[in-house]
Write a protein that binds this ligand. Structure first.
Ligand SMILES: O=C(O)C(=O)C[C@]1(C(=O)O)C=C[C@@H](O)C=C1
Length: 291
């Protein structure tokens, strides 16, 4: 079955690379923003979207988390973790060691992953955010007369005919981003990737009110059932200062006993609980397709 999948475009973003790894035969539909990708699924214009949710250096992609917790009931159907290698690139017209740009463009998360490089090598040069890393590369390509540079991946440099002058400029070598597959429908994965990370279940928990030991009680419901948690994230509920909800990843597929039992216990404590998804977790060593 060929899927139509919305992703953060244009061609050659990291999200595009993640789609190629997970759905090599998919018809890819580039969208200008993450919200456009999620809206397209919500409105039924496409069956699936793949969007970034967390980076190892910069943390959560809040726009994705907030949409899934506040805007729409869109289930998570899978996750894929890919390595992220950021490169500094210029138009071939400016391929000169002395070239200093007036502005460096990239996605906010990519800029955040390269702060040490920018501080060291391009001190004082302003940066501006684009909707994606590939959008930055495309802008450099389309403006050869401007003194600008981009931070993006290797495929973007190829796609937009740019020259990489500094490779692997991300501040820490262990740079990975996790992307989630969003769909109203069940998603089938072909056998080319092993779900090495097993299966996960993501829950959203809203505490009834702030009282002593509330979070401890919530965590105990998981702990005594020996449910391993791989992530706990708090996000503002957007109802008032200090009101937070928790997003909790359980390292287990939804079952008939342990997770439902935990949810019932949390509800008995007055928490509101929703299941954001129960899905396989994939990871790849090379984000770029080989051969
Ligand atoms: O701009 C891109 O290339 C994206 O796919 C977005 C995104 C992100 O939102 O975190 C994805 C991976 C990298 O961490 C940098 C940017």
């Amino acid at each position: 079955m060929t899927y139509e999948i919305a992703f953060l475009g244009p061609k050659a973003t990291f999200t595009d690379l993640a789609v190629s790894r997970l759905f090599p035969d998919a018809k890819k539909i580039p969208m200008p923003t993450i919200l456009d990708c999620l809206d397209a699924v919500e409105k039924g214009e496409v069956k699936l979207a793949l969007v970034p949710i967390e980076n190892a250096l910069e943390g959560s992609v809040n726009i994705t988390i907030d949409y899934l917790t506040h805007e729409a009931q869109l289930p998570i159907r899978g996750e894929i973790i890919i390595p992220i290698q950021q490169h500094y690139m210029v138009h071939p017209n400016h391929n000169d060691p002395e070239f200093k740009p007036d502005i460096v463009y990239s996605h906010s998360h990519a800029i955040a992953q390269c702060h040490k490089f920018l501080h060291r090598e391009l001190k004082g040069i302003p940066y501006e955010y684009t909707t994606s890393t590939a959008a930055a590369a495309k802008m450099v390509k389309e403006n050869p007369e401007r003194k600008i540079a981009a931070i993006a991946n290797e495929i973007a440099a190829e796609e937009y005919g740019l020259v990489i002058t500094n490779r692997n400029i991300h501040d820490y070598s262990h740079n990975h981003t996790k992307f989630v597959v969003i769909s109203h429908e069940e998603v089938e994965y072909h056998g080319h990737l092993a779900a090495e990370g097993g299966r996960k279940t993501t829950l959203m928990v809203m505490l009834p009110a702030d009282y002593t030991g509330a979070l401890h009680q919530v965590l105990s419901a998981f702990a005594w059932r020996k449910l391993n948690l791989s992530k706990i994230e708090s996000r503002p509920m957007k109802t008032g200062l200090g009101d937070y909800l928790f997003i909790i990843d359980v390292e287990m597929a939804m079952d008939e006993v342990l997770i439902p039992g935990t949810i019932a216990e949390l509800e008995a404590l007055g928490c509101k609980v929703s299941v954001l998804g129960s899905y396989p977790s994939f990871s790849v060593k090379n984000s770029v397709m080989q051969g």
